[in-house]
Ligand binder design. Structure first.
Ligand SMILES: Cc1ncc(C[n+]2csc(CCOP(=O)(O)OP(=O)(O)O)c2C)c(N)n1
Ligand SMILES: [Mg+2]
Length: 586
């Protein structure tokens, strides 16, 4: 029996129970609840439903980022429940990220009934339409009414669940108006037809409407179009952008084993460590060398998955006017900032790869493959030799070290700003595919801790998260998610006292504004929030101390914070030295 209680006390509770039960029957069981009065029927229904998993979060902004992380990890939406007013608006940043990345998310927001809107009634704002074009679907539920068929509640919730996943996954907003009484303490007799409906519904476990979505498979002509281009190539390159799940990773593995071209694995592909001769993991650093950039010119690029993080790659490719750029992605969106894609296949990656690799492709082997291994090796050794000269703890070494320490059963979450870029440039992970997560849809530095904790809960695997200090300050409220995470999250804060990434930008030359308005240095330390929340904390001063503390915290089996005091000026200088040395090595 999935349904929870005897006959609901009033029509608000009937609708709320049916809504929650419809979710659970459709396999959507993760709720993220933020306290508030207007949402009382929904929250009570979730709390009393034996099939509902509840994560509580005071701050709706963090709640939504947590749900985003959870959905990234599971591919399924979590349901956010909030009260009315600005609580709802706090969902917006995560909704934008989910929308841009095609991540499912469901919002059940409580609202005053229509007669109280625009009247000065307390905590009442214009909620319908609040998320603009960032939601795939939205619906303004009327206040529960005994004269309306309760089947309307079931089909609306099921439509919301469906629309959050098909045909283009993303956020969906159901706005629930509730009239008082809100708390289930004032029974109102339900009409006999509703009691009958309730009792009949309780006999089953199945969804009301069984949705069956068509799969996104390419047809024969799509595959022929791809093959024709692959066969015409003299100098092909595979670009593996961000991958959204393990099935995509496995499919890409199959592709790169069958298609003997070099492949460039983006940081979010999780495939950077693959021990294959065709792995062009350091392409970005190689592109730092002008002669290499000029000399190496692929004529066909097969791009699979989300966009790449590397700016240098994008700039390099933008200058290739004749390249045949093929992009395969299950999202319908353009994802083509260079306006370069000539063949776009909208289909699930595993289906395309299956069809494409069904027969061996007699493609030409690019000349670069003869020297790719040496090239990769030279870059890797150059990076290591420069780093060993640098004795103090620094961001590049820290990120490179962590990439070697994480195991296959771990998951990595990378903050925006420098952490994801440093990993993209310098990580040197072991061979197996790794789960790598980041919020690159809108590349915000907000909500990163909450997202990492959501990923941990969704994956049920320990997460190592690396974020910057300003990003950590941005998400201070979410240290509570970290403390309460049932699955350990090791949060590594690269505290370079400000926005170190701005050193990479031309504004770093503008002396009168750079430090004060961009870098924004500070002397804040996170030991204080760790103490407030009683989260294990260490601030190692050496590479060795970092390793020991990381290992110690990993064994703890609970979340912990590692704060590294680093110098972004030094990071930038090291980066420049490495690029220069690679340049010389060519
Ligand atoms: C929500 C949001 N606000 C502002 C920015 C602009 N921004 C990008 S990076 C950055 C500085 C981040 O500093 P930190 O987290 O310390 O990382 P670091 O640059 O030092 O690696 C800022 C403010 C953003 N991307 N997102
Ligand atoms: Mg910083």
């Amino acid at each position: 029996m999935t349904t929870p209680t005897p006959v609901p006390k009033n029509v608000n509770m009937l609708w709320a129970f049916l809504a929650v039960d419809a979710c659970v029957r459709n396999g959507i069981t993760q709720f993220v609840v933020s306290p508030g009065s207007r949402s009382t029927p929904l929250t009570t229904a979730v709390a009393r439903h034996p099939g509902a998993e509840v994560h509580l979060a005071y701050d709706e902004r963090g709640a939504a980022f947590w749900a985003l992380g959870w959905a990234r990890a599971t591919g399924k939406p979590a349901i956010l429940i909030s009260t009315s007013g600005t609580a709802v608006a706090n969902y917006l940043p995560a909704v934008i990220e989910a929308s841009q990345e095609g991540i499912p998310l469901l919002m059940f927001t409580a609202d005053r009934p229509s007669e109280l809107r625009e009247t000065g009634a307390n905590q009442t704002i214009r909620q319908p339409g609040l998320f603009g074009s960032y939601v795939r679907w939205e619906f303004d539920m009327p206040a529960p009414d005994a004269t309306v068929s309760p089947r309307f509640v079931l089909t609306t919730v099921e439509q919301a669940i469906f629309r959050s996943q098909h045909p283009h996954p993303g956020p969906v907003h159901l706005n629930w108006m509730f009239r008082e009484p809100l708390a289930p303490i004032q029974p109102q007799e339900l009409p006999p037809n509703l009691v009958q409906f309730w009792e009949a519904w309780q006999q089953g476990k199945a969804p009301f409407t069984e949705y069956r979505a068509a799969r996104l498979t390419p047809d024969k002509d799509d595959i022929r179009q791809i093959k024709t281009r692959l066969l015409s190539a003299r100098n092909g390159l595979i670009v593996v952008g961000g991958l959204q799940n393990e099935a995509e990773q496995q499919a890409v593995l199959q592709l790169i084993r069958k298609l003997p071209w070099p492949f460039f694995p983006d940081v979010r592909s999780g495939l950077q460590g693959l021990p294959l001769k065709t792995n062009f993991r350091y392409l970005d650093l190689a592109l730092g060398s002008a002669p290499f950039r000029e000399h190496y010119r692929p004529d066909v690029i097969l791009h699979v998955g989300m966009p790449v993080t590397s700016k240098r790659y994008l700039q390099w490719v933008a200058a290739m006017l004749e390249v045949q750029y093929i992009h395969i992605s299950p999202l319908p969106t353009r994802l083509d900032p260079n306006h370069q894609v000539r063949l776009r296949i909208w289909a699930e990656i595993p289906h395309v790869v299956d069809a494409l690799t069904y027969t061996m492709l007699p493609v030409q082997i690019p000349e670069i493959l003869n020297r790719l291994e040496t090239l990769q090796d030279t870059i890797s050794r150059t990076v290591d030799s420069i780093l060993t000269e640098e004795k103090s703890l620094n961001e590049i070494q820290a990120v490179r070290d962590v990439s070697r320490w994480v195991g296959e059963s771990d998951v990595v979450f990378l903050g925006n700003s420098l952490p994801i870029r440093l990993w993209d440039w310098f990580a040197h992970p072991g061979g197996e595919p790794l789960g790598v997560f980041a919020n690159r849809g809108a590349s915000g530095i907000d909500g990163l801790i909450a997202t990492a904790c959501g990923v941990a809960a969704g994956k049920q695997k320990p997460v190592t998260a690396i974020i910057g200090d300003i990003s950590a300050l941005h998400d201070l409220n979410s240290f509570l998610h970290l403390k309460e995470s049932a699955v350990p999250v090791i949060l590594i804060i690269l505290n370079n006292s400000g926005g170190g990434i701005f050193r990479w930008l031309p504004v770093s030359q503008v002396a009168d504004v750079f430090e004060t308005h961009f870098l924004t240095p500070h002397s804040l330390q996170f030991r204080h929030i760790a103490r407030m929340l009683e989260i294990p904390y260490a601030a190692p001063k050496s590479r060795n101390g970092f390793r020991q503390n990381y290992r110690k915290f990993r064994r703890l089996g609970e979340s912990a914070i590692l704060e590294l005091q680093v110098d972004s000026q030094k990071t930038y200088a090291l980066y420049q030295n490495i690029l220069e040395a690679i340049n010389h090595a060519f």
